[in-house]
Design a protein around this ligand. Sequence first.
Ligand SMILES: CCCCCCCC/C=C\CCCCCCCC(=O)N[C@@H](COP(=O)(O)O)[C@H](O)/C=C/CCCCCCCCCCCCC
Length: 215
Amino acid sequence: MAGSENQKFCLQEVLDSFQLCLSPNKEVYVERYLAGWRGLVKFLNSLGSVFGFISKDAVSKIQILVNFLNSENGSQYATVQTMVKFELDNKLVDVDKKGICPESGCRTLLRLHRALRWLELFLERLRTSKEDDKTSVMCREAYNESLAQHHPWVVRTAAGMAFFALPGRPAFFEVMNVGPPEQVVAILGKAVPLISEVYLITEELYLKHNLLDLP
Ligand SMILES: CCCCCCCC/C=C\CCCCCCCC(=O)N[C@@H](COP(=O)(O)O)[C@H](O)/C=C/CCCCCCCCCCCCC
């Protein structure tokens, strides 16, 4: 993973990772899920240092999960489903909010899972946007509908300031490195349902085990 966040962004790679992260029986492979996030972090890094605090947080959460994957219990972290079962069975999750296991796999993945909902909402807005629509507005609306509800004022304020630094839609599409706008829209048309499916599978699993508000 070293240095991979600084390589050139490729949306197709991100799409492939999220596609490959679903097993035939709809389990979510953690390694592929994280590969998708690493690709997104590359994109964020290419937008400039103003997004550094966001990228740093995402990288640290990816790293926590990579450490679990590389640990002696690594095989239990192969899919989100096996991770949830393993951590719950072994009381490694702070379900009673007592401050134990503050960095469990379940709570760490939950943070990325909530961010995936932001991504889904943002990409859907981008897909249906017009040439002079503002990416900062699309990003803020998607954030307010999702992640913002889980962030304290100070994080919401910092995020809100960073959104102003987003490039306009044409420059944004260029950084996406996919081709002309019609091609960007077409690839987004594939990406959004895929991301939505991964999100829904994880959401249902977390809901079933009452894990959606882990501290
Ligand atoms: C396909 C190309 C277009 C889209 C590319 C999007 C690239 C986005 C890449 C990464 C997204 C960042 C994911 C952020 C994860 C945040 C997890 C989180 O909620 N962390 C907070 C809570 O953690 P704990 O304290 O409980 O451990 C933490 O406090 C957050 C700190 C940083 C601020 C997060 C703000 C997130 C704003 C949404 C992302 C905006 C990116 C804009 C780029 C288009």
